[in-house]
Design a protein around this ligand. Structure first.
Ligand SMILES: CC(C)(COP(=O)(O)OP(=O)(O)OC[C@H]1O[C@@H](n2cnc3c(N)ncnc32)[C@H](O)[C@@H]1OP(=O)(O)O)[C@@H](O)C(=O)NCCC(=O)NCCS
Length: 160
């Protein structure tokens, strides 16, 4: 009965408020098996607090329960790129997946990006994360014109 009521209730997508942060921390810990409270409080300060122009921290809730969240920002001229929307994080509760919540979060943040005047959206993901790759591909995202390069820094001790 409770499950039916939950499914019948419309999903609501809205900007995150400070009271959402503990549920975001719990969801991320459930997904990644790593608790990062300081990181998520900092993300809320940078992307969720009011007055952050072109920065978006949105949550999806149903019956007052957090079902997922997405964070992103419109950035300009980094890496020589014209203004573009960036998605930094998207997560949906494991028990609520494959029901369109991720798609609704993606569409909601794309609407916010559109309002800032951009036409391109980017993200970055681990090559072995097939779930998130399949999800972003399903949203029409494909390999873009940039590639990520990285190196491992020698420790100071190794350099002396
Ligand atoms: C990726 C994620 C956000 C998708 O959320 P979701 O609510 O399940 O997504 P949707 O129901 O809107 O799925 C949309 C489409 O994505 C694709 N997709 C989603 N999950 C998939 C999976 N596990 N395997 C294959 N394709 C998948 C499908 O094409 C799906 O469409 P379909 O249901 O018609 O087949 C969710 O699985 C998640 O939170 N994963 C962990 C996120 C993560 O690793 N984050 C770390 C980086 S921030």
């Amino acid at each position: 009965m409770a499950a039916t009521a939950d499914a019948d209730e419309a999903l609501r997508i809205r900007p995150a408020v400070a009271a959402d942060v503990p549920a975001v921390i719990a969801l991320d810990e459930e997904v990644t098996v790593l608790a990062k409270p300081a990181y998520w409080h900092d993300m809320f300060e940078r992307y969720g607090a009011r007055g952050r122009r072109a920065r978006f921290f949105l949550v999806a809730e149903r019956l007052d329960r957090l079902k997922g969240f997405v964070i992103g920002e419109t950035r300009a001229w980094e890496f020589g790129s014209p203004p573009c929307g960036w998605i930094f994080a998207i997560q949906v509760r494991p028990k609520g997946r494959l029901k369109g919540v991720g798609t609704q979060l993606f569409n909601a943040i794309c609407d916010r990006f559109r309002e800032t005047g951009v036409v391109n959206v980017r993200t970055m993901l681990a090559l072995d994360n097939i779930t998130i790759l399949s999800f972003f591909r399903s949203q029409g995202m494909m390999a873009g014109p940039f590639i990520e390069l990285e190196t491992t820094l020698e420790s100071s001790a190794d350099r002396t």
